[in-house]
Design a protein around this ligand. Structure first.
Ligand SMILES: [Zn+2]
Length: 390
């Protein structure tokens, strides 16, 4: 049984299907690769316009090199707020829209970023708009629209962490799973660049004078891959290697890119120590290996989402859909807030699939109900104790 505020918000959202689709089409039809500041800023312009039309305060943090950061506020700027998160960038290069913009076939919307996560941005805008139509917003709500999640949030992370300070919960509108489920657990991950220097020598004339960087990196790759532990959910993968100058030269340099995934922050700390030890081991005399971390996402541990998910499930049922929680190996911004001890739920966006491909799609009839469930969860947080997450 929904309370009056929840009913009011859900009733307003019920009439927004076409308006939401129109907004989705407008956002998809703007190229906004993570490195395309003009594009991600154009997406920010539209969102600002929509929110300000309803009198919602929007703060824009100008960023010199990446897309600006948008922050919308309702119900005051106090602590104990709800943090809504979404990223405006996509993985698709500038120019993609000219070749294949937004299209629609019955209930399915297609186009770059239609699921990941322009439909989620539309959701957050409509949650804010729905709440703004109440006589007073019952709790402070902050919606953050960042611009570089697809490259690991190098610029967005600090804003997410700042916006999460004092937050009651964080809700992230990454696409819902193809099953319709939301995401209650995510792996964390980190990328590394390994570089080895050795000593060049003619492999026929003076082989013994050389020190092979390729041999060192090869030995290290075997040890790094041995850290994979499927049962524990830890994987390591060297995805690229380069090195050497010619077949008949002992290789003076080599490099490799390492990807790692883990389920808990405790595993992360252990894994990093093990990797550092492997890099420090002397494999071939005369060679030297160094490692540099190039990206990082923290995991969303299931204990951080469980209480929040139970509330979401109850609210979804009242609205009329069944939903379960799902674990995924993919990383997201949800890890930053969860690792700060903020109860966090992810994958709350409309249902989509084939993300990061030309076939990406979004199920349009999930726009309204999932927006209603998100708003209802936000309005019923007083029902939940989050003691287990802390
Ligand atoms: Zn995403």
């Amino acid at each position: 049984m929904q309370d009056e505020l929840t009913q009011q918000v859900c009733a307003w959202l019920e009439g927004q299907q076409q308006a939401m689709q129109d907004c989705l089409e407008a956002l998809v039809n703007i190229d906004s690769n993570s490195y395309d500041k003009a594009g991600t800023d154009a997406v920010a312009d539209l969102i600002t316009q929509w929110l300000e039309q309803d009198g919602i305060m929007v703060i824009r943090h100008q960023r010199p090199d990446s897309g600006d950061i948008l922050e919308a506020h309702l119900g005051g700027t106090g602590q104990g707020h709800v943090l809504l998160m979404g990223h405006r960038d996509t993985v698709f290069p500038t120019g993609t829209v000219a070749g294949r913009g937004y299209t629609q076939q019955d209930n399915i919307g297609f186009g770059p970023g239609v699921a990941d996560m322009k439909s989620g941005l539309v959701m957050n805008c409509f949650v804010m708009r729905a709440l703004s139509h109440l006589p007073t917003c019952p709790l402070p709500v902050r919606a953050l629209f960042t611009a570089d999640e697809e490259i690991g949030s190098p610029d967005g992370r600090a804003f997410i962490e700042a916006a999460a300070q004092g937050a009651r919960v964080a809700l992230n509108v990454e696409p819902g799973r193809v099953s319709g489920n939301v995401v209650t657990g995510r792996k964390g991950g980190a990328g590394f660049l390994i570089e080895v220097t050795g000593k060049a020598a003619h492999s026929g004339v003076s082989h013994a004078d050389g020190a092979s960087a390729i041999e060192t990196i090869a030995r290290k790759i075997i040890k790094l891959h041995a850290l994979t532990d499927y049962e524990a959910g830890i994987t390591t993968n060297v995805g690229t290697i380069t090195g050497g100058v010619s077949r008949n030269t002992v290789a003076p340099f080599a490099s490799a890119q390492l990807d790692t995934r883990f389920v808990t922050t405790a595993q992360r700390d252990q894994l990093y120590k093990a990797i550092e030890a492997i890099i420090a081991e002397p494999d071939v005399p005369g060679t030297l290996a160094i490692i540099e971390q190039t990206s990082e996402f923290y995991p969303l541990e299931a204990r951080m989402s469980s209480a929040l998910f139970e509330l979401y499930q109850v609210q979804a049922k009242a609205i009329g859909f069944a939903v379960d929680g799902e674990f995924t190996g993919g990383c997201s911004d949800a890890g930053w807030t969860a690792s700060l001890g903020i109860p966090t739920l992810c994958g709350l966006g409309p249902v989509g699939a084939k993300m990061h491909t030309d076939e990406e799609y979004c199920l349009l009839d999930t726009l309204v109900p999932r927006t209603q469930a998100l708003a209802a969860t936000l309005l019923n947080l007083h029902d939940v104790s989050f003691a287990s997450a802390r």
